[in-house]
Design a protein around this ligand. Structure first.
Ligand code: ARG
Length: 429
């Protein structure tokens, strides 16, 4: 008897991946090894493992990757200021390359011919997995059951029933969610209508800002070279610090994000995120940069942040461009040390205070009071040269400039939407 080929499946224990185990066996006649990765949410891994074996996996592996996730994914992204489209702290997007790497490592260790994941053919995650896997291991075949089978959710449930796969009804939710230490992503159901406010039951980590305490809470975060190292004067390891901030900021309704985002595959989608610690830490980190970086460094960092977020979002983690950006970020962060005191109140996290031994804020230069050391007379020469190009141009154009800037702007002719355009697009595919 020849041995069956093996496939390593990224397994969360949800309906999709449970059904996927059986579906792969039936469709490809392969042995399925499941791989479940803890990225800081500490679910009941033993139950997930047992379930994988129940539904037919020949081996069920679980890995605690929390520390790696924090050190190699979360902190670099925080230092980079990586917020996709200025809003999304990229929890899901950051987790995917780590899963891809662990899938590849596991496949090699177990002599598997393929790896598998539960993504559909519509989202970003399939892109991140496939690109990551193929970059690391071009020889591995990728199986994506949910992209290949043509089942609706109800048909999946039917398939599960026919195959004696128990469905965990407690996990049934009107939404599709993904969670790790850095945040929670929620989509589908009522959220698909951008005219509708997200129902309260979409949230699990945050209270509604309106219901949050009336009294503010303060947190003091210490950063060393752009990485948080202590909370309220107590040194803390990354995972604990993030967990603690998720709890505390979540209690004040901090970290809710409602984002209409541009997916890699070309569609716009409405996404809800909860990321209390991420939102708070990004805000605090930005505050610290505001006193430790010079103006050109801050301006340049903005474009690096945008590019970095796009690289992560687009699934290009394992790319030279990512390394190039990361090298700049690392260098820029060498001065980003100090403390930030943040105030949590009714859904907002704002700076209450900031200080840094490497800070560029100088009271002696900034003050309007006694002790001013700024050379006011030096401004005259500066202004003369700074305004020289503008004055020269104004002279050459003989006053036309000021006239043009004052003339009211005209709108171009209005654009008309084609009637029924939305429906037709659907018919055209
Ligand atoms: N839109 C987000 C992203 O691309 C989140 C996707 C999360 N997946 C989910 N099953 N809800 O990173």
């Amino acid at each position: 008897m020849t041995e069956k080929q093996k496939v390593v499946l990224a397994y969360s224990g949800g309906l999709d991946t449970c059904v996927a185990v059986r579906w792969i066996q039936q469709t490809y006649d392969m042995d399925v090894v499941t791989l479940t990765i803890d990225m800081g949410t500490h679910e009941d891994l033993e139950t997930i493992r047992r379930r994988a074996l129940q539904v037919g996996a020949i081996k069920a592996l679980v890995v605690d990757a929390t520390d790696v996730f924090v050190d190699y994914f979360i902190w670099p992204a925080l230092r980079a200021g990586a917020l996709y489209e200025g809003a999304y702290p990229l929890a899901t997007a950051l987790g995917r390359p780590l899963v891809a790497k662990l899938l590849v490592d596991t496949a090699r260790r177990h002599g598997a011919a393929a790896v598998a994941h539960g993504c559909t053919g519509k989202g970003n995650d399939q892109v991140r997995f496939d690109v990551g896997i193929k970059t690391l291991a071009p020889e591995l075949r990728i199986i994506a059951p949910a992209r290949e089978w043509d089942m609706t959710r109800d048909e999946e449930i039917e398939y599960a029933a026919r195959n004696n796969i128990e469905i965990d009804v407690t996990r049934k939710s009107p939404y599709s969610t993904d969670e790790n230490l850095w945040g929670r992503s929620i989509e589908c159901g009522a959220l698909e209508d951008p005219w509708t406010e997200p129902p309260e039951d979409a949230y699990a980590w945050t209270v509604s800002p309106g219901q949050a305490p009336d009294e503010p809470e303060y947190v003091e975060i210490e950063f060393e070279r752009g990485i948080p190292t202590a909370l309220d004067g107590k040194e803390m390891k990354g995972p604990e610090l993030i967990q603690e901030l998720n709890r505390r900021a979540g209690r004040h309704g901090v970290g809710r994000i409602d984002h209409i985002e541009n997916r890699v595959v070309g569609i716009k989608s409405r996404e809800i995120y909860e990321a209390p610690a991420a939102v708070l830490l990004h805000a605090a980190h930005r505050e610290l940069e505001s006193i430790t970086l010079t103006r050109p460094a801050m301006r340049f960092k903005e474009s690096v942040s945008t590019a970095y977020a796009d690289v992560v979002y687009d699934g290009l983690w394992f790319s030279r461009f990512h390394q190039d950006l990361a090298a700049y970020v690392l260098s820029s962060q060498q001065v980003v040390s100090g403390a930030v005191r943040m105030k949590l109140l009714k859904g907002r996290a704002t700076r209450a205070g900031v200080s840094s031994p490497l800070g560029l804020y100088s009271k002696a230069l900034a003050t309007y009071d006694e002790g001013d050391q700024f050379d006011h007379q030096a401004s005259l020469g500066f202004i003369a040269l700074h305004g020289l190009p503008a004055r020269t141009q104004a002279r050459v154009l003989k006053g036309a400039l000021s006239e043009q800037t004052l003339r009211p702007k005209l709108n171009p002719p209005e654009l008309q939407a084609t009637e029924g355009a939305q429906t037709r697009m659907k018919d055209e595919g």
